[in-house]
Structure formats: C-alpha cells, structure tokens
Design a protein around this ligand. Structure first.
Ligand SMILES: [Zn+2]
Length: 134
C-alpha cells in the first residue's frame, strides 16, 4: 500500500532502512509508526507531512520542525509533533493503523495479528501457522 488515501491524523507503519535509520520508500523488515500531520491545500501539490512526537521513535532523516506553512492543512495538535518529514503519496508503506490497532495481516491466510511486525523481506508478515504448513 502507499499513502494515496492518507488523511490528516492517519497513522501508518513506514519502512525503515536498518543501516541508515532513514525512511525507505520500498519494503524492508524494519518499520516504525508515523502520523500524517499535514496535507497540502488544493493547488499546492499532493505531498504529505509525516510527524513524530518527542517521545516517538523517529526516522534518522526526520527534521526538527520550525514553522508551519500556509500551503498546508494541519492536525489540531500539530505543535506536539517535534519532528517531521515530507514524503510523496506514492511512497510504499507497510500498513495502516486502523482504530489504534497496530499489527499486520498474514500475507497468506489474511488473519490479522495485533502487534506483529513484518517477517518477510518484502515487508509483509507470514504467520507461524502458514510458515509451518504447506
Ligand atoms: Zn497465515
């Protein structure tokens, strides 16, 4: 999935390069949670701003946020997000966190596993049961 449907306040698990700690636009087995804290107003492009609060794990290439832009619509509590990174909506992400439920569906049986993380090199999860049956 990518960020094409991303709306203000949505949370996604984004891929991280385990060596640099930077956001990766392609699948990896390392992820962290990002919140969509700004979207562009009509006519100002389509990029989205991901944000991290002071206590969140954040990617190495996230920047300290200085000021807001009049080109953007922001979440109401945007000031709490001390770091941010502008990304393309075409960037691949691992999963969307829906109703606060963080986890992954198994790629094969599609069962949802709360708190699970990717265990495949393509950034997906195959559950224990599916890995041990043919
Ligand atoms: Zn499975």
């Amino acid at each position: 999935m990518d960020l094409s449907e991303a709306k203000l306040g949505d949370q996604y698990r984004v891929f991280i390069d385990n060596y640099t700690g930077n956001i990766l636009p392609s699948p990896s087995m390392h992820t962290l949670v990002a919140t969509v804290i700004a979207t562009k107003k009509p006519g100002h492009g389509t990029d989205v701003l991901l944000g991290w609060m002071a206590t969140d794990k954040f990617p190495a290439n996230a920047r300290e946020r200085a000021q807001t832009s009049s080109d953007n619509d922001y979440v109401p509590n945007q000031a709490l997000y001390k770091r941010g990174l502008t990304v393309k909506r075409t960037m691949l992400v691992a999963s969307k966190i829906i109703n606060g439920l963080d986890g992954f569906p198994c790629k094969r049986c599609t069962n949802f596993y709360p708190y699970a993380l990717p265990n495949q090199s393509d950034g997906t999860l195959v559950c224990w049961s599916c890995r041990n049956t043919r």
